[in-house]
Design a protein around this ligand. Structure first.
Ligand code: AMP
Ligand code: MG
Length: 337
């Protein structure tokens, strides 16, 4: 299969037309969003959604997020919309927030990975909203990487993973946030944060009160445990290099890596201390880290890094999302100095 790239800024009408015609004929298309690039298909067409799993090599029990452009589209996908979901939607949609509710029979089982719940998000990216609007159907879209690899935050990285596997990539430049959406479930007694993202835990608890933090956000799932979010049990965001997250001050870190044959994943401005360094944002700015993390992981592979020691981010605000992705990319290899 030939994989075509269309630029959303300079070829908007053609991009919208081709995305619509492919998606409505049951094909998949890679689309930009403000979080990361996604591979989209008609969420209500089970055969089309199957092609997403095939293109990514994704296990079929790992459910997809359904993207909408209007609040009215959510109603048909779920049994009911809880009051707290309405509050959250009013405040954070459109935006990097996915909410899980009991699904309606309209949503095929393959879209929800066989669960009786469905994850719904209204993205903020204008290109994503235009594409959903043009199609007139909700779009199931996981990140546009091969299963297990870091998520792509630009069209080149989508192409690197998906060339020959999908017919079309819509390029709208780099993603504004760079890590996937916050995922929160409203199917239990209390709201439960399953995956941190651009909408922070602090913002959520301030708006809707007590919210549980799923164990899998900060820890490796214990063998045999049932994952609240099936994606959490799989290898994730992993580059070819073996990564170790190192907790400690810059000074301790510099001393620790001295004399070791390794690469370092550090913060901007710290590169001068190391022989082989790739940086991921500023130490005091979590959004800049989110912006850079997945690209930095891919750059380490491009440079042929084998062993990597990573500086550890703060875990407040968007930092929690950065930390959550980094420890997974490291296979939970974490040391404290
Ligand atoms: P991605 O598609 O790569 O952004 O990943 C979506 C994440 O949301 C995965 O970790 C999924 O397991 C999770 N997810 C999607 N739908 C559900 C659901 N119905 N219940 C629990 N987790 C879900
Ligand atoms: Mg993903």
């Amino acid at each position: 299969m030939q994989t075509k790239i269309l630029d959303y800024t300079t070829q908007k009408q053609e991009a919208l037309g081709q995305a619509k015609s492919l998606i409505l004929s049951g094909e998949v298309v890679a689309i930009p969003t403000e979080t990361v690039y996604g591979i989209a298909a008609n969420a209500l067409d089970g055969e089309a959604v199957k092609k997403i799993y095939v293109a990514k090599g994704r296990p079929s029990d790992n459910p997809l997020i359904v993207h909408i452009s209007e609040l009215s589209q959510a109603q048909a996908l779920v049994k009911e919309i809880p009051e707290k979901v309405k509050l959250m939607a009013e405040r954070f949609w459109p935006g990097p927030l996915t909410m899980i509710m009991k699904k309606s029979s309209l949503v095929p089982d393959i879209t929800s990975g066989g669960l009786d719940t469905v994850a719904v998000r209204m993205p903020k990216s204008q290109a994503a909203r235009d594409i959903i609007n043009a199609c007139g159907v909700p779009l199931a879209a996981p990140s546009a990487n091969l299963s297990g690899s870091p998520s792509p935050t630009n069209a080149d990285y989508v192409f690197a993973d998906m060339n020959g596997r999908i017919p079309l990539i819509i390029d709208a430049g780099p993603c504004e946030i760079g890590v996937e959406s916050t995922v929160i479930s409203f199917t239990g007694e209390k709201p439960r944060l399953l995956r941190p993202g651009g909408v922070t835990f602090e913002q959520i608890t301030e708006l809707i009160g007590e919210t549980e933090l799923d164990d899998a956000v900060l820890n490796k799932l214990v063998d045999g445990a049932v994952a609240s979010s099936p994606g959490m049990k799989y290898k994730h965001y992993a580059p070819k290099a073996s990564i170790t997250v190192v907790k400690g001050t810059l000074e301790e870190f510099v001393r620790f890596v001295q004399g070791r044959d390794c690469f370092v994943l550090c913060f901007e401005g710290e590169e001068k201390h190391f022989k082989n360094a790739v940086s991921y944002g500023r130490a005091d700015n979590a959004l800049s880290q989110a912006n850079r993390l997945f690209n930095a992981l891919r750059e380490l592979d491009e440079k042929g890094a084998d062993t990597v020691y990573a500086r550890c981010p703060e875990t407040s605000g968007i930092g929690l999302a950065v930390y959550n992705r980094l420890i997974r990319s490291a296979g939970f290899n974490i040391i404290s100095l």
